[in-house]
Design a binder for this molecule. Sequence first.
Ligand code: SAM
Length: 348
Amino acid sequence: MSVLPNSHEALLKNRQSLNGRLAILGPVDTGLIAALTGTGLVVTEHFGLWQQLGEIDGWRAAFGYDDPALEPAQADTVVVFLPKARAELALRLELARWLAAKGARLIMVGEKKEGVAGAAKQLQAVAPGAVKVDSARHSQVWQADDIQPLGEFDVRKWLQWHPVECAGIRFEVAGLPGIFSAGELDAGTAKLLDSLADVPLTQGPVLDFACGAGVIGTWLQLYRRSLGQPDIVVDGVDVQSQAVLCARSTYQHAAAGGVITASDGLEQVNGKYAAVVSNPPFHTGIRTDTSMTGQFLRQVAEHLEPGGELRLVANSFLPYEELIRRHVGQVKAITGDKRFTVWSARRH
Ligand SMILES: C[S@@+](CC[C@H](N)C(=O)[O-])C[C@H]1O[C@@H](n2cnc3c(N)ncnc32)[C@H](O)[C@@H]1O
């Protein structure tokens, strides 16, 4: 049996506190849910994890903050795990209070290194009766009884818009707590966009892998429009529910064309594209590693038309060149500096 994260073990140690209908928000390991004897609702923003959670008997799995499985007053105990991005905790706590039935208990669990002590202050701001009930496995367990449920929850109210500008194209990007690079244009993304202005893609449909808030696809279409070139479609995939929601909103706002799909890696991608562009992750949202992008590079050729181009930006220290050559084709660096390199390869 695999080892669970410390925060999950700490909750299991306190399982006697889980009463009635359960809602578990933000676990990162399915093993926790399988180990709980109760049934209920489990919410994750990670599409791959959501698929696995949906297979556990007795549990309903919700993908992100706008899943139709989310209904008010449906839980007697709501557990909140700390999100990676602190900005997301307020959103998660609000969802927790909306899911809570009258008289419900709210439990928050997090590791010390995740900043659970600071998070507890946020918890106490919305549930003043919250107290620490256990310290175990380098984690703390906080509990508030008979919390004040919320009558309304709408993740769209959390959408924030910020302007982005690159190569003379300015547009508005949607943001939500927890999304990559909220409020600013990532330096790697900017490098990729500059390369697309300097060395344009050949005509045809494009896929933006790991699209985040849809910055690359929107820019690409607006840039072509500014040159009077015919419209193209840029589909996008991302594993995170907030990213899918934001990318759809950004596209709609800019009247950009393309379908945004939730997908863990390329799993949900069916078509073939004239080009695949990406500023890929080097952590999965759950673990910090490059295996996700390694897997993407091994599979991406299947989704490129013959002669189709992969255009990817990555931190220059990451060892992608050889992988791209082996699995896609001849590769060259279009631009590069100490921080970022933009790679281009054509499918052989
Ligand atoms: C470096 S960000 C780039 C976002 C966007 N393309 C941009 O340039 O602003 C990487 C994105 O990869 C997504 N991601 C992480 N793991 C993934 C996976 N397994 N499958 C698909 N997308 C993933 C993250 O949610 C994040 O939005």
